[in-house]
Design a protein around this ligand. Structure first.
Ligand SMILES: Cc1cc2nc3c(=O)[nH]c(=O)nc-3n(C[C@H](O)[C@H](O)[C@H](O)COP(=O)(O)OP(=O)(O)OC[C@H]3O[C@@H](n4cnc5c(N)ncnc54)[C@H](O)[C@@H]3O)c2cc1C
Length: 371
């Protein structure tokens, strides 16, 4: 038997960031990941945006609060910058241009964005079709997160604080005896009074194993593809460009152009592959939004973005099952909100005051689904 303060199920960004913050606060943590490496599922397949104007107001506030960590991580966390300041552009046609000011006034930090005209938008991203970019909402402080460096920083920190990270450790059964969870991790019995459910698309399955009521989390497939940069003269420094109705986005990424049809197809928890039709839709939408003509693709993949019914993450203790903590439902924002959600998890698990406003903590709590 190996005794810990906390067992975390799931080695994506949610699990590793929570393990890091709990370890930093002095807790003994065991993190269990079913795959042979952490970050294999949603975390390793994301578009890696850091965009403060993305998601509902609660999500936006969590992203904004994570900015400090991304811009100035704790000393020794990593040797490289975690976010490249490329900016983000939400573009609109003439008919949809009114939505931009609604977006701006609804955003958590309206001062972080400006509305620009067609000429300014085309200067930033010259391949946009003028008819599709009558105006745009520009967030200059947005950028791309180096997810690999972020994951490595968290994993190093877990090891430094003496945490256990077990790979290839699929949790198939969860017991509770004398106020402690008991889990077999690839042959070793682990116990802890608290279990953090950071199992991404599988979070409802893990809840069932622990005797907790599932929350109806919905895994949704999203498709990504890369193609050669369609220009002579190297990789351009364009911001992320997305149409205001989120039906297509693209940005330069590691010497290629990354494109997504921003699809959301309901799926089962599991490994996930792109559907050819969604890839074809991505190309079609990219060609409508820009003057790019796609001759060939380099790669395509898909991953699951898992949402709660109100599209707000679920963070907090289960109301009925003692010691069962939810850290799930991060949807399409789990990387950019991870630092704040991990800190909140460490505070709530250790029964410390939360650094977030009480109404935000309430909006994240699983208790909102009871009754
Ligand atoms: C295509 C795409 C684009 C995205 N773009 C962005 C973006 O631009 N910005 C952003 O912030 N977010 C983005 N996201 C969302 C982000 O990737 C997710 O919100 C985030 O990765 C979720 O992290 P997680 O740790 O909860 O889930 P995961 O990364 O899926 O991790 C859950 C882990 O739990 C493990 N697990 C499950 N069950 C068990 C078990 N029984 N035993 C042991 N281990 C188990 C799984 O193997 C998995 O590794 C995107 C997602 C996708 C798919």
């Amino acid at each position: 038997m190996e005794h810990h303060d906390v067992i975390i199920v799931g080695g994506g960004i949610a699990g590793v960031s929570a393990a890091y913050e709990l370890g930093r606060a002095g807790a003994s943590v065991a993190l269990l990941e079913q795959e042979s490496q952490p970050g294999y599922h949603a975390t390793g397949r994301s578009a890696a945006h850091f965009v403060q104007t993305y998601g509902n107001p609660i999500v936006q506030s969590l992203t904004t609060r994570s900015d400090v960590f991304f811009k100035a991580p704790p000393s020794g966390f990593c040797d490289v910058g975690l976010v490249a300041d490329d900016g983000a552009l939400f573009v609109a046609s003439e008919e949809r241009a009114h939505v931009l000011s609604e977006l701006r006034s609804a955003s958590f930090r309206p001062e972080a964005v400006v509305i620009i005209d067609r000429y300014e938008a085309l200067e930033l991203v010259p391949v946009l079709r003028p008819s599709q970019a009558a105006a745009a909402l520009y967030e200059p402080g947005a950028g791309s997160i180096d997810v690999h460096a972020l994951m490595q920083g968290y994993v190093r920190g877990i090891r430094r604080s003496g945490g256990r990270l077990s790979k290839g450790a699929r949790v198939c059964a969860i017991g509770r005896r004398s106020g402690r969870w008991v889990i077999d991790a690839a042959g070793t019995a682990l116990t802890a009074p608290i279990l953090v459910n950071a199992a991404g698309a599988w979070a409802d399955n893990v809840a069932r194993l622990a005797g907790a009521r599932p929350l109806g989390l919905k895994p949704m497939r999203r498709t990504m593809a890369t193609l050669p940069i369609p220009l002579q003269g190297g990789v351009p420094r364009w911001p992320l460009a997305m149409d205001v109705d989120e039906t297509c986005y693209f940005k330069p990424d590691a010497g290629r152009l990354l494109v997504s049809p921003a699809d959301e197809s309901p799926a089962e928890a599991g490994d996930c592959y792109p559907d050819e039709m969604d890839v074809a839709i991505a190309i079609d939408r990219l060609e409508r939004l820009t003057t790019i003509e796609v001759a060939r693709l380099d790669a395509s993949w898909a991953g699951l973005r898992t949402f709660a019914l109100d599209r707000t993450p679920v963070v907090g203790f289960d109301e009925t099952v003692e010691g069962f903590f939810w850290l799930a439902g991060q949807g399409g924002y789990g990387i950019q909100t991870a630092p704040t959600l991990a800190t909140l998890t460490a505070q709530l698990v250790q029964d410390l005051p939360a650094a977030l406003p009480a109404e935000t903590v309430e909006s994240l709590s699983p208790a909102r689904f009871s009754g």
